[in-house]
Design a binder for this molecule. Structure first.
Ligand SMILES: Cc1cc2nc3c(=O)[nH]c(=O)nc-3n(C[C@H](O)[C@H](O)[C@H](O)COP(=O)(O)OP(=O)(O)OC[C@H]3O[C@@H](n4cnc5c(N)ncnc54)[C@H](O)[C@@H]3O)c2cc1C
Length: 371
């Protein structure tokens, strides 16, 4: 039975960047992903510029797709009151459909191996022999010296590992569309509605990403996504205009549920958890993808720079706590200002009256440039 040097479970941005960096560092790496590229995901597709220098340096910035450049922020309350501000760091917009496939191809070029259309059912660490054992949906059994968990917000593996957050139900659903609409190209907007918020920003070509975090209860009550949208989201006149004027590109939206923002452990059963598998920052912060990229890089570095598993875990845990713990905590607190009439009026008022304070809050959920 083949023993791998490094095995990565999950090929979103965290797993892909880890695979790329490890292969570039000369390591044998296999990434197992349950789908195959390219595919759409529920995501706002606004990427914070904190990872831009890193992506450019590693030739992972998708210049050929001409990502949009985003420099301004608009916030609207449930009633449609508007506030705007420049974004200090800003970001760019490109679909995950293109970006993930692009980094997948770059990782292949560097020598990473991929096993696609295969779901990992279970992972186990044999502490006596210091080896990970991984069971695949194809009935296979694989062994690896190092294991990176990059399986996103919620996975079969979380259940098999009995991770704490799996016992908590989440009140949120996520819905995503690509649309054509008349909108400022350099603006990311967040529109509040009862029970959630909806982002819009330009991605590649003449497409806009329209993506929201909504309430599972509302969906259950109204019985369908279109009914919920016209009854709840349309109460914000800004959103009503976008939905009515937009030309929708997908036949039906991408939808996910059980989006859980509870804290998680960045290392569990010796697995280095990266991206959302280590903790999901609330989407309003607009940097879950930047964190996924950064954690993938840090996990790869921990493996490249240390020999023993305890040293690898120590370095990764130290860096994860240093860069992300507080940001995820602030994100959860800021989310409380969204998705309700009074609090959304308050947050729009705050951005209007105290732009300095609002900038400080935004900064606390973002990191410095990753290099
Ligand atoms: C509504 C919403 C809007 C968002 N908007 C933004 C935004 O605008 N900007 C931003 O930066 N972030 C945003 N985010 C967050 C961002 O999408 C995530 O933080 C990011 O995708 C995390 O990347 P990841 O690599 O950790 O996980 P993912 O991208 O989810 O990748 C995980 C991968 O693991 C695979 N997988 C899972 N289980 C298994 C298994 N058992 N075996 C094999 N493969 C498996 C999955 O198929 C998937 O490909 C948003 C999130 C939501 C919910």
């Amino acid at each position: 039975m083949k023993q791998h040097d490094v095995l990565i479970v999950g090929g979103g941005l965290a797993g892909l960047v880890a695979a790329h960096q490890l292969a570039k560092g000369g390591r044998e790496v296999l990434l197992i992903e349950k789908k195959s590229y390219p595919f759409h995901r529920v995501c706002g597709e606004y990427i914070s510029n904190e990872v831009r220098d890193f992506l450019e340096k590693e030739e992972l910035f998708p210049f050929q797709y001409k990502p949009s450049e985003i420099r301004r922020f608009r916030l609207t309350s449930v009633k449609g009151k508007v506030a705007e501000a420049p974004l200090d760091m800003g970001g760019f917009g490109v679909s995950r459909y293109l970006l993930d496939r692009f980094i997948y191809e770059k990782s292949l070029e560097k020598g990473a191996s991929f096993l696609l259309n295969t779901q990992v059912e279970k992972v186990h660490y044999d502490s006596k022999n210091k080896i990970f054992k991984v069971d695949g949906s194809d009935g296979s059994m694989r062994y690896a010296k190092h294991l990176i968990g990059a399986f996103g917000k919620r996975s079969k593996i979380d259940k098999s590992m009995n991770r704490d957050f799996m016992n908590k139900r989440s009140p949120y659903i996520g819905v995503k569309y690509h649309i054509k609409v008349s909108h400022e190209e350099d603006m990311v907007a967040l529109h509040n509605f009862d029970g959630g918020y909806c982002g819009i920003n330009k991605i590649e070509n003449d497409l806009y990403n329209l993506c929201y975090l909504g309430s599972r209860e509302h969906l259950r009550y109204f019985g369908s996504i279109p009914k919920m949208e016209t009854s709840i989201l349309y109460q914000n006149p800004q959103l009503k205009r976008i939905f009515e004027a937009g030309e929708f590109v997908f036949d039906k939206p991408e939808v996910i549920n059980e989006i859980n923002f509870s804290p998680k452990k960045p290392i569990e059963n010796h697995v280095l958890m990266t991206g959302d598998a280590a903790g999901l920052i609330t989407p309003l912060c607009g940097n879950g993808m930047a964190i996924a990229i950064h954690t993938g890089k840090l996990a790869a570095e921990a493996i490249l720079q240390n020999r023993s598993q305890p040293d690898i875990e120590y370095q990764y845990l130290h860096n994860w706590n240093r860069f992300f713990k507080t940001r995820l905590w602030v994100g959860r607190r800021v989310q409380q200002l969204f998705g309700a009439k009074w609090t959304s009026e308050f947050s729009v008022g705050l951005l209007k009256r105290s732009p300095y304070l609002a900038q400080q809050i935004i900064q606390r959920t973002h990191g410095d440039q990753v290099v």
